[in-house]
Design a protein around this ligand. Structure first.
Ligand code: ADP
Ligand code: ASP
Ligand code: MG
Length: 437
């Protein structure tokens, strides 16, 4: 079996959807299971709609118009999604009455984009004589924990999905992004979560490969919106791909690689705009590639927290106590740098930051720098490359950018720098020039 995941842009208009149909047709012998995102822009419309509704302005029309126009362009009846639009309409009215929006209702609303897109794609496939059935992943047993907006699958999800997919007639067209917790609430796997659904299904079905179809020809050496000269990376290890995604390369959801690792399933990133392009393959082991660095990623919206504590830092157990604060508030730490008298950490989840800062004050003087960007230079062969750190710091020095924090771990597969967000582009471009051009 083969999992083929199509992102929002690949499902954004009738022409792109034509390409999707022919790609599925070409692979019928491999028994494809299709995973769909919402059509481009629909998730954003749903989230904006939910916020507006809770603020007393329920308005379904932007979503209805977008879906209806697309179905008409596909020569399908808009009635196909009437049931979903009706339920959404009721939810928006309910939110307006309540005047509040919980993470739980937000997930319930956000999930409609995928519920509608799978109906459209399955119908288009059937019209082109490819038997297909739309499947809602929550109904097919994708059970998750109850962390709304960033849920992860429970172990039972895998056997559940295997059983449910085996019963589906024709090509299963499965909703990405969504699941359901044990209490029956709809959950989502986080923005871009359909990538994660694809590898979850891949693991459940022991797929031969997971194809992620998007709008770029693979993982590139940097974000093409920052570095137009970025080029595709032919091969990445699981570790490199996970780090890239985690440190902000938007092309795959950060957790995507985990389920693939469990079964050693290759993940291929391919371009619906240029299906013949090689793309990037992510798998264990390495090809004949000799590059030391594979890619540069950057993550905005980072906060740096500095704890200055001359008294306690040398004491045993001090670090554990500090990190316990982050654990208690469920805030993930990205970068850690220590000195004799201080600890600096970077975090990107700022929701519970005030609570963290309050608790950290028990250990010393705490300061927070907002609006920073974490830039990560990634490559498993970096450890064999002498002089790399020097090259990186020279380039940044020449660009005249102040570095707020640095971390170059013992494994040396990842060099991280924190810079002011206003300098993100300058730094990424300077590093790309010195490392790749
Ligand atoms: P999809 O809708 O197919 O899921 P996304 O917009 O989520 O697509 O991801 C693809 C986009 O990720 C690209 O268009 C590109 O702008 C961005 N991107 C950021 N970093 C990278 C990178 N290193 N390589 C490729 N694309 C990247
Ligand atoms: N539709 C969701 C989003 O826009 C999930 C995805 O596209 O993968 O984030
Ligand atoms: Mg995506």
């Amino acid at each position: 079996m083969l999992v083929m995941k199509f992102g929002g842009t690949s499902l954004g208009d009738a022409e792109r959807i034509d390409t999707v149909v022919s790609l599925v047709r070409q692979r019928l012998a491999q028994r494809p299971v299709v995973v769909c995102s919402a059509h481009a822009g629909v998730t954003d419309l749903l989230l904006a709609g939910a916020h507006a509704a809770a603020a007393g302005r329920p308005d379904l029309s932007p979503i209805r118009d977008r879906e209806t126009a697309l179905l008409r362009a596909l020569k399908l009846s808009p009635k196909l999604v009437d049931g979903d639009l009706e339920r959404l309409d009721q939810m928006f009215r309910g939110l307006a009455l309540l005047g509040e929006l919980t993470p739980r209702s937000l997930d319930q609303v956000a999930a409609f984009g995928e519920r509608m897109s799978v109906k459209a794609i399955a119908a288009v496939l059937r019209r082109r004589r490819i038997p297909a059935t739309a499947v809602d992943a929550d109904e097919a047993g994708l059970v998750t924990d109850g962390r709304f907006g960033r849920a992860t699958p429970l172990p039972a999800a895998y056997p559940n999905l295997k059983r449910a997919i085996a019963k589906v007639k024709g090509v299963p067209v499965v909703t990405g992004f969504l699941g359901r917790d044990v209490d029956g609430n709809v959950t989502t796997l986080g923005r871009s979560g359909s990538d994660y659904t694809a590898t979850i299904l891949g693991r459940a079905l022991s797929a031969t490969e997971v194809e992620i179809w998007t709008d770029v020809s693979g993982v590139l050496t940097a974000d093409p919106r920052i570095v137009p000269k970025a080029v595709p990376v032919e091969h990445l290890t699981y570790a490199e791909a996970s780090e890239l995604a985690y440190y902000g390369a938007k092309v795959i959801h950060p957790a995507t690689i985990q389920p693939a690792v469990e079964k050693g399933i290759p993940v291929r990133i391919l371009n619906t705009l240029d299906p013949a392009a090689l793309g990037t393959v992510i798998r264990p082991g390495r090809g004949r590639r000799t590059q030391r660095v594979t890619s540069i990623a950057s993550k905005r919206g980072i906060h740096l927290i500095n704890i200055l504590s001359g008294r306690m830092l040398g004491q045993s157990g001090f670090m554990a106590k500090v990190f316990d604060v982050f654990k208690v508030h469920d805030v993930a730490v990205d970068l850690i740098a220590t000195s004799e008298v201080s600890i600096t950490v970077s975090v990107d989840d700022t929701q519970d930051l005030p609570k963290v800062v309050k608790d950290l004050k028990a250990f010393g003087k705490v300061s927070v720098t907002a609006d920073a960007t974490l830039v990560a230079v990634i490559g498993e062969r970096m450890k064999q490359a002498s002089g790399l750190a020097g090259q990186v710091f020279n380039a940044i020095g020449e660009a005249g950018v102040p570095v707020l924090a640095i971390s170059y771990g013992a494994t040396k597969t990842n060099l991280q720098l924190v810079v002011p967000s206003s300098q993100e582009r300058t730094v990424v471009r300077a590093l790309h020039a010195v490392l790749f051009e």
